[in-house]
Every structure is written in C-alpha cells, then in structure tokens.
Ligand binder design. Structure first.
Ligand SMILES: [Fe+2]
Length: 187
C-alpha cells in the first residue's frame, strides 16, 4: 500500500502546480487532507517518521511549492507523556495560511475579528465564529485571519497541519486577548 503521507504530498504539489490563488489552494489542500485523515494506518506512518521524537514533527517541507513562497510544510505534534499544553494564544499566519485536520480527538477553533467600539481609530479584537473540529474534519484559515485553537477531551488530539509556507519563515503576530493592547510580532 502506498504511503498516505507521500500520496498527500504529491496531491498538494499538484494543487500548487494548478493554482496561484491562496483560497483555491487551501480549499484543494483541505479536500486532500480529508483523504489522508481517513487512512487507518496514519498513526503508524507518523510514528515511523517521528522515530521517537515528541513535540513538533515536520513530516514534509517542500522545496518547490508553497504560499507566499516555496516551503509548504506538513506537520503534526506529539504530546510528551508528562502532559499537554493549554490552548495556544490567538494568532495569525502572516501572509501564509494553514489547513487544520483532526485525526483523533477534537479541537475547538475560535476566530477573532477587529471591531470598533465607538472609536473608529482604535480597533479591538472580538471573538467571532467558534466551532469544534472532530476526527476526520478539516478547516482552513486564510492569510490575515486570526484564530485560537484549544484541545478538547481527556487525551491530546492528533492534529495535522498544512502550513502554506513553513511558519518559521513567515512574519506573523500573536495577540494578548486579556489586555487587548498587545500584538506581538514573531516568526
Ligand atoms: Fe493557527
């Protein structure tokens, strides 16, 4: 049986080869990721590639295709036995985008939008749509979108992400939701 991850990477490369539009790319990749998530042998493949490592595992970094530049990345993270981390800070993905797919467990996704409360010169972040991604479900966040992901349930979920470009190479922001006055650049 052909590797599910390799087949997915080939399909994503094909998506990039056939579209220069970020939204069309993300939609096409989301469809392919759904196919990968349904593979019954996916955990064995991930374990083989992880080779005992925990934390962030890059399963593929492409040297030709990506958005906004070459270097799309398929990654997952494997929790250390000691426990799990809490929800990530709200963040964007800079000029890139990310397709999130859940293989096991569930995550909650909350989107944030800029709002103007009386003062049109000083926007603040407000929570917008919120939804749960269960096993087998995909969702993508386009360039500029702000969101926060929280793990649900007792066991750490297994989430695969396709970064349009390896996010270490992309300037982006995290947001302090409690103080609503900090937009920290990182990446
Ligand atoms: Fe994200």
């Amino acid at each position: 049986m052909a590797s599910g991850i390799d087949s997915f990477v080939d399909a994503v490369r094909n998506v990039f080869a056939n579209s220069e539009d970020a939204r069309a790319q993300a939609r096409g990749i989301a469809g392919e990721l759904k196919v990968l998530l349904a593979r019954p042998d996916l955990m064995q493949e991930i374990a083989a590639k992880a080779d005992g490592r925990t934390g962030r595992i890059d399963l593929h970094i492409d040297d030709e295709f990506g958005h906004p530049g070459p270097g799309f990345c398929l990654m997952t993270s494997i929790s250390r036995p000691a426990g799990r981390t809490g929800g990530a800070r709200a963040h964007d993905h800079g000029a890139s985008y990310v397709v999130y797919g859940v293989h096991k467990g569930a995550i909650e996704q909350t989107k944030y939008t800029w709002a103007y409360e009386g003062d049109l010169t000083a926007p603040v972040l407000k929570p917008g749509d919120c939804f749960v991604q269960n096993a087998g479900e995909v969702a993508f966040f386009l360039p500029g979108e702000i969101h926060r992901t929280t793990a649900l349930g007792e066991d750490a979920p297994v989430v695969l992400r396709l970064e349009g470009q390896l996010l270490d190479r992309v300037s982006r922001h995290t947001y302090d939701l409690e103080n609503n006055d900090e937009a920290r650049l990182y990446g």
